[in-house]
Design a protein around this ligand. Structure first.
Ligand SMILES: NC(=O)c1ccc[n+]([C@@H]2O[C@H](COP(=O)([O-])OP(=O)(O)OC[C@H]3O[C@@H](n4cnc5c(N)ncnc54)[C@H](OP(=O)(O)O)[C@@H]3O)[C@@H](O)[C@H]2O)c1
Length: 384
């Protein structure tokens, strides 16, 4: 086992942060968890982290000194830490630009300041989607290729990563891990927070959204949260080998055709139709579908036309841990769990008769289960 390190994890109560915190604490490190509004450290499977394993500090990365009392900050900066793992971010879509600026960009600047002040190695968690709307193979060595960023979240993560690179040039030692779209556990499909792609999955399979602008050749990249946490943890442990490098923590790309084929295996599901953007006309959608489109689908639309694939040569050469190789099988695991948990599976008849629900997912919504029991977890035809 590695020597016990003193590690600050920002965003420690988040989906990824809690899994990283749990792994580092289990490895015997002394972990300080920076928490914000939600102080509960709960693992992806719902298990609370053992009290005593981790010290919690309440802070806010948007503030100077991470919002910590001066004495606490001074202590951390004056030799109190061996690593910082920066997971804190705003990950919901559709929020005002200034929120992404404050948390994702200024927050990263404040974390870099601490790293610089204390000479502390920094593991920055970015996103593979800093590639924006580029197509083709995306290398871990690439950042600014003149790409168009699809939304304020991507733009802020791009600028945050640019700050990390600049700080590296000024002597801050850093490594970057870039996950793609983080979803449930590789084996069980369990996920703590049904956000982002899950909201789209529910709206489409329930038949609320029947057509979307997109191309069947476009690719989604879904990566299990446990794999992402394993990569971040290993980069943190083996920082001396990882320093100065960027690691894609990504899955196998899944075309929208493969995605649709898997959905079609499930009897309760409506399978959405992807229509080329040039012939997609929002105005012709039924009133309720138009409303879902305008409130939710527009936030994710660009992910249905991208044809990128993430090269993860650095990660593959660094760790023996491998992400799921078969994206369709992994999608089945995710869907089976959604059905078992009741998040998915309302029959189209229920949906047609139901009035607009007050909990209908909106921008950035973390949708809870819909209360209806699973409508079945048996797929049509094809086995895994
Ligand atoms: N989830 C994904 O699909 C995905 C994909 C690629 C990359 N990533 C990156 O992975 C990292 C972790 O993401 P995640 O999925 O774990 O996100 P998450 O579940 O939304 O967690 C984000 C954490 O950041 C904290 N935070 C927000 N504002 C803060 C502030 N002002 N000060 C301190 N902490 C603050 C949140 O605390 P409160 O809730 O208490 O405010 C939360 O614990 C992020 O850098 C994200 O950009 C995520």
């Amino acid at each position: 086992m590695t020597d016990s390190l003193r590690i600050l994890v920002t965003g420690a109560a988040g989906l990824v942060g809690a899994e990283v915190t749990a792994r580092l604490a289990a490895a015997g490190h002394r972990v300080t968890a920076l928490v914000h509004r939600n102080p509960a450290l709960v693992r992806n499977d719902g298990t609370p982290l053992e009290t005593g394993a981790v010290t919690c500090l309440s802070g806010d990365v948007t503030k100077p000194r991470l919002g910590l009392p001066e004495a606490t900050y001074r202590e951390l900066a004056a030799g109190g830490l061996d690593r910082i793992v920066h997971c804190a971010a705003i990950t919901d879509f559709g929020l005002p630009d200034e929120i992404y600026q404050a948390v994702n960009v200024d927050g990263t600047a404040h974390v870099i300041e601490l790293a610089r002040a204390g000479g502390i190695p920094l593991v920055h968690v970015g996103t593979a989607y800093v590639c924006g709307e580029r197509d083709g193979s995306i290398a871990e060595t690439e950042l600014d290729e003149g790409q168009r960023l699809a939304n304020a979240y991507e733009d802020s993560k791009f600028r945050a990563e640019t700050l990390v690179h600049k700080a590296q040039g000024d002597g801050v030692r850093a490594a970057i891990v870039r996950p793609s779209i983080v979803v449930g556990d590789e084996r069980t499909g369990v996920v703590r927070d049904y956000k982002n792609i899950y909201v789209v999955l529910r709206l489409t399979t329930e038949g609320r959204v029947r057509s979307l602008p997109g191309q069947y050749e476009a690719r989604l990249d879904l990566v299990p949260v446990d794999y992402v946490a394993d990569v971040i943890t290993e980069v943190t442990h083996r920082f001396e080998e990882a320093a100065g490098r960027t690691f894609h923590a990504v899955g196998a790309p899944l075309t929208l055709r493969d995605f649709s084929d898997v959905l079609a295996e499930y009897p309760p599901f409506q399978v959405p139709r992807f229509v080329p953007a040039t012939s997609f006309d929002v105005a012709r959608l039924p009133r309720r579908e138009r409303s879902y489109h305008e409130r939710v689908i527009t936030l994710y639309e660009s992910y249905f036309r991208r044809r990128m694939s993430f090269d993860d040569a650095h990660t593959a050469g660094f760790t023996t841990r491998r992400a799921p190789g078969n994206a369709q099988d992994f999608l089945r695991v995710l869907i089976d769990h959604c059905l078992e948990s009741g998040y998915l599976g309302r029959s189209p008849a229920d949906v047609t008769e139901a009035p607009d629900r007050p909990d209908a997912p909106g921008p950035g919504a973390t949708s809870a289960g819909n209360g209806a029991g699973p409508a079945g977890s048996v797929r049509n035809g094809a086995g895994r």
